[in-house]
Every structure is written in C-alpha cells, then in structure tokens.
Design a protein around this ligand. Sequence first.
Ligand SMILES: N[C@@H](CCC(=O)N[C@@H](CS)C(=O)NCC(=O)O)C(=O)O
Length: 218
Amino acid sequence: MILIGRYRSPFTRRVAITLRHFDLEYEHRPLTAWNHLEEVRRYNPVGRVPSLVLDSGTVLFDSVAILDYIDHLVDPARALLPSREPERHEVLRVVACGLGALEKLTAWVYETTMRPSEKVHGPWAAHNEDQATSALTWLDARPGKLWLALDRFTQADVTAVSLFDFAQLVNPALVTPGRFPRLDALSKHCNTLTEFALTKPGIDVGMTTPSVRGRFAR
Ligand SMILES: N[C@@H](CCC(=O)N[C@@H](CS)C(=O)NCC(=O)O)C(=O)O
C-alpha cells in the first residue's frame, strides 16, 4: 500500500498511526496539495490528502473511508472502531467531535494564513477558533482515566491525539499547558508508543510549510 500525504496533516497522521498500529506495511509519499497539487489530484479528485493506494491499484481517499477499510483488514476484535453497538456509537461520537474540531482548526489556519493580512476577517477566524475550543473542552471532559472511550485504545484516541498535536503545532495558544489536561496527558502517553512517535508532524519532511499566501493573495 502507498500512503499519500505528510504527517503534518492530522488526517493523514491518523491513517498512518492506524496502519502502524496494525503492523501493516506501507510506502509513504509525503505530498501536499500546496506543493504537488497535480499529483495529489491523481490520487483524489478533490485534491486533498490523505489517499491510500491499495496493492490492487484501487485508490481510497478521505481518512474516514480509508480507516473503515483498514479496520476490515484485521480481526474484528482488534478494530479501532468496533462493529457492534453500543460500543460503535460510543467511539464514533468522540471521533466525530475530534474531526469537527479538526475542520474548525483547519478553517482557522486557512483564514489566518492564506489571505493577504488586510483581508483576514477576524470575527470569522475567532468563530472557528471558538468552535474548536468548544470541541476540545468536550473531548477533555470525557469520563474515564486515560482512553477517551470504552476504557481501551480506539480510533477516538488516535483522532484526539492527532488533533491535539496539530493544535500544538499551528495554534499553541489554543492548547496552553493546563487548559486541556486530559488531552495533554493522553498525547504524552500516546507519543511514547511507536506508531505515534514515528508519525510525528514534521518527522517525514521537516516542519516548514511553504507559505501559500502568495498564491491566493491577489
Ligand atoms: N475529510 C478529509 C479532510 C482532508 C483534508 O482536509 N486534508 C487537508 C490536509 S490537512 C488538505 O489536503 N487540504 C488541501 C486543500 O483543502 O486544498 C479527510 O478526513 O481525509
């Protein structure tokens, strides 16, 4: 299998973490829509990452569809999204909140980095940041000690840590120490695990993101 996308993309990272968690081998191509748009579009008509090229040549895109496929490659008892209810919806509601927060955080990133500075609309940026904060607060308040659902490691934890680590990178003020202690502890613990440590944002191609502001600042 070939995974398309940099680990800096939290959507790509949650796929990479899951592949490694199940010891599934993949070749990694750290492409981005900003630097390799034509190539990325060959793997996803929307022109976004991640995509997963299967050994058959079929290409899956969008992390939700890819993770659904990966979970079906393993013994159902090991799947990170359980197939049975009520466990399935217990995990899904946490995953949905994490993905929603990621959408709001990326909307904040795009608003504050893609436009010429005089065209950044502060209230819209603040709205997205506030929505992400609300979601992070809900995630941080999940019952239980370490894991966010079912008292075991699931896709809820993979998604939440991908979110939290991405927030630390792009908006550290949002996740200052002590604000989301549960998520902070979860991230610290998970990053001691190989699948998280080997997919840290920036580990693949370096941390810098070439500014795309120039492309849109007309
Ligand atoms: N719903 C998608 C979101 C993917 C996504 O937004 N990827 C970003 C990178 S973090 C991207 O490629 N953005 C390029 C663009 O929107 O033009 C998923 O879960 O895979």
